[in-house]
Design a protein. Structure first.
Lengths: 301, 139
């Protein structure tokens, strides 16, 4: 049985819950995103009113650089060390935002390196990731076993994927629980742009990579929405560059056809059989590559 | 006790509850991660503090050729959180409410899709708390 609560108290409770959100006070922009919507309850088909909590600054999703590394591996893309951001440049990154962005960049490079045999380089990049995590006060909140297992699994690609993903999830969790959503967003942004950069060369010849690049429109729009809420000039400049990149993706055609999914309750799995097709021209790909390169240079300088 | 005093006590109770709920978030994550074994995390941690019939949502892209696992957790027990997956045309692809609020579900994705994931407390079980979603994938 549901309790009846005075609207004022209900509002107060909701505010208190939001206020307690990992020590962070609700931002004005968040309040703007709380929208009352009418949806249809699928179970009883009665129209019900729900509060949609669309907290863009808190809940967003970007493709994982590890997923890109997996696709590069499946596509048998040749190793190209020149694509990586040199580990030696780590000392250039002194501000918190530069460190956060490049933590993401080096994490994506590390995921890329997982596909190839170069143990020393993997260790070098892991060390850089660990050092940047330390400088961002994240390192102590990452399970030591992840760190320890990295060196002992240096030649095991699948283990490196898992450890890399777990390390960045731990970082994401720590930052979001400590009122550092903006830093978490920068880490993810750096990882996303580097993964896209690592994909661009292969995309010119490999259809799977080409499609994957074309499918990044939702991600870049999420990044723009996140970054433009910042009050830092450098982040706003990055948001502006990302908005220009988002514009390039507007021209990419994705044709989608819904097909009814098939659930298998016994296996707890649903087969999503909808069809989609990406159309991206060589010219569009070149423009996207140019924008990605410009943004990456801005990040890794 | 005056009405004002009652309201102050009630507010204090709600604020205390909110901070206790926050502490629960970390515990919930630990339990929820157990549902993602053998899957590679997408490297992100999705959480929202929900009250009553609030719905949290976010957009994501599920890439073709992958199998994803979405785990949805709230409170101490499995099955307190309802999650739904919609495609870009707002077709309902999945609701765990149709499967006894299953705390995790796998999705075999043929072609890439832009999706919206919604999460909402099952008010028959819980009317406030931390909602955690985790996403994993495998080749």
């Amino acid at each position: 049985m549901k309790r009846t609560i005075h609207p004022l108290l209900a509002s107060t409770a909701a505010f208190a819950l939001l206020f307690a959100s990992c020590g962070e006070a609700p931002k004005a922009s968040d309040a703007e995103d709380i929208t009352e919507v009418v949806s249809v309850d699928e179970a009883n088909e009665n129209a019900v009113t729900s509060k949609l909590v669309k907290l863009d600054s808190e809940i967003f999703s970007l493709p994982s650089p590890v997923q890109t590394a997996v696709l590069l591996s499946k596509s048998e893309v040749a190793y190209n060390e020149a694509l990586l951001n040199s580990a030696e440049k780590k000392t250039n990154y002194l501000s918190q935002s530069a460190q956060a962005l490049n933590l993401g960049v080096y994490g994506a490079d590390l995921a890329y390196l997982s596909n190839y045999n170069n143990a020393q380089l993997k260790l070098d990049y892991f060390k850089v990731v660990e050092e940047l995590a330390t400088e961002l006060n994240i390192r102590n909140n990452i399970d030591q076993s992840i760190i320890d297992r990295f060196a002992s699994n240096i030649d095991n690609r699948d283990s490196l994927y898992t450890l890399n993903a777990n390390l960045f999830k731990a970082a994401d969790q720590y930052l979001k629980q400590n009122d550092e959503e903006d830093v978490a967003a920068l880490v993810l942004t750096g990882g996303w742009i580097e993964a896209l950069h690592l994909s661009m060369e292969a995309a010119t010849t490999n259809p799977s990579m080409r499609n994957r690049v074309g499918e990044q429109g939702t991600a870049v729009r999420s990044i723009v929405n996140l970054l433009k809420k910042s009050e830092e000039a450098a982040t706003l400049e990055l948001a502006s560059k990302m908005a220009a990149l988002a514009d390039e993706f507007e021209g990419v055609n994705i044709f989608y056809t819904y097909v009814k999914p098939i659930p298998d309750a016994s296996q707890r799995v649903t087969y999503l059989n909808s069809k989609s097709k990406v159309e991206i021209s060589d010219e569009q790909l070149a423009k996207i590559a140019a924008q990605v390169n410009e943004i990456r240079q801005m990040i890794i300088q | 006790m005056t009405t004002m005093t009652k309201h102050i006590f009630t507010l204090f109770a709600f604020v205390s509850m909110a901070f206790a709920t926050q502490a629960q978030c970390e515990i919930i994550v630990d339990g929820c991660e157990e549902h993602l074994t053998e899957y590679i995390s997408d490297g992100q941690f999705y959480r929202a503090l929900l009250y009553n019939d609030q719905v949290a949502e976010f957009e994501t892209t599920l890439f073709g050729g992958n199998t994803y696992r979405i785990a949805a957790c709230s409170g101490e027990d499995d099955g307190n959180l309802i999650f739904r997956l919609y495609d870009q045309e707002r077709n309902l692809l999945f609701s765990n409410a149709e499967f006894s609020n299953a705390p995790y579900w796998d999705f075999v994705v043929e072609n890439s899709m832009n999706c919206t994931i919604e999460a909402q407390l099952d008010l028959n079980k819980q009317d406030s708390g931390c909602a955690v979603l985790l996403i994993g994938f495998k080749q």
